[in-house]
Design a binder for this molecule. Sequence first.
Ligand SMILES: NC(=O)c1ccc[n+]([C@@H]2O[C@H](COP(=O)([O-])OP(=O)(O)OC[C@H]3O[C@@H](n4cnc5c(N)ncnc54)[C@H](O)[C@@H]3O)[C@@H](O)[C@H]2O)c1
Length: 286
Amino acid sequence: MSAQHLTIRPGQTAVITGAASGFGLELARLGAKQGLNLVITDVQQDALDAALAELTGMGAKVAALRGDVSRAEDVQALADLCLERFGAPHIVINNAGVAHGGLIWEHTQRDWEWVLGVNLFGVVHGVRVFTPLMLAAAAKDAAYQGHIVNVASMAGLLNSPNMGAYNVSKHAVVSLSETLYQDLSLVTEQVHASVLCPYFVPTGISQSHRNRPGELAASKPTQSQLISQAIDTLQRLWGLQPIRIGAQAHLQDFYRQHGFVTASGVYDEDGIDHVEMRRDPAGASV
Ligand SMILES: NC(=O)c1ccc[n+]([C@@H]2O[C@H](COP(=O)([O-])OP(=O)(O)OC[C@H]3O[C@@H](n4cnc5c(N)ncnc54)[C@H](O)[C@@H]3O)[C@@H](O)[C@H]2O)c1
């Protein structure tokens, strides 16, 4: 695995999408503790307001903007806010994501548009809008270091049944991230990319439909989708591990390893190593 150091210093700026809940909020809390300026966005206004209050209460400088990452103009507005308040970001974490279960042929067109819109196009817009700002900052300052982190999933490396659109979106994010890694290495040593591939942590992900937009509303659920919802509910009730501990462990592990792919989960160590090695873009021939 290629190691690209993610050096975090107080006063640097981090952009985090989907920052009002789950991994995004935990990352924002870690950033606040480390003295980072935070630029946060989320589609859920009440949760974003609560996150802003909490992070500001921790002493962080925070700029918050409600937005939908599947919309190019919302991601552009986030970048404009970041430049205005803090300048070019040092860390961009394309984290916002949604999950949707069911047999792959039972996903409706709107299911596909919603899941790919948030999970894939959210990352596409984040990379397209923020990478040039980071490259411009690198060109101006030889000491500048930038890092883009895309949040995929173990579902971006392995395919489980009954979650087809999610698998497809996360495989696409891994592919996008590998290509970003390769392309950045052609032009700079100051901006790097990683992809985070967590296994299951009981966040708000099983309740993703809470933020599904009306124009992409779900149809009456099929039997396979009801089964998927029931499994999600059971997993939440069982609470495999508390979110704070689970998410913090994943993320601190990620910071520690600062490799390109950071995976985690129930698979045995050899299995994880195998997946990570296959996915090491530095080892790929171009
Ligand atoms: N929890 C897990 O088990 C797990 C495992 C692997 C990968 N992931 C990935 O981690 C990322 C974060 O998910 P989480 O588990 O913290 O779930 P979560 O639901 O707790 O957090 C996701 C956040 O994204 C926001 N969001 C949803 N749609 C959005 C949109 N269109 N624009 C902006 N924000 C939007 C939600 O409001 C929420 O605050 C996702 O990309 C998810 O796919 C999660």
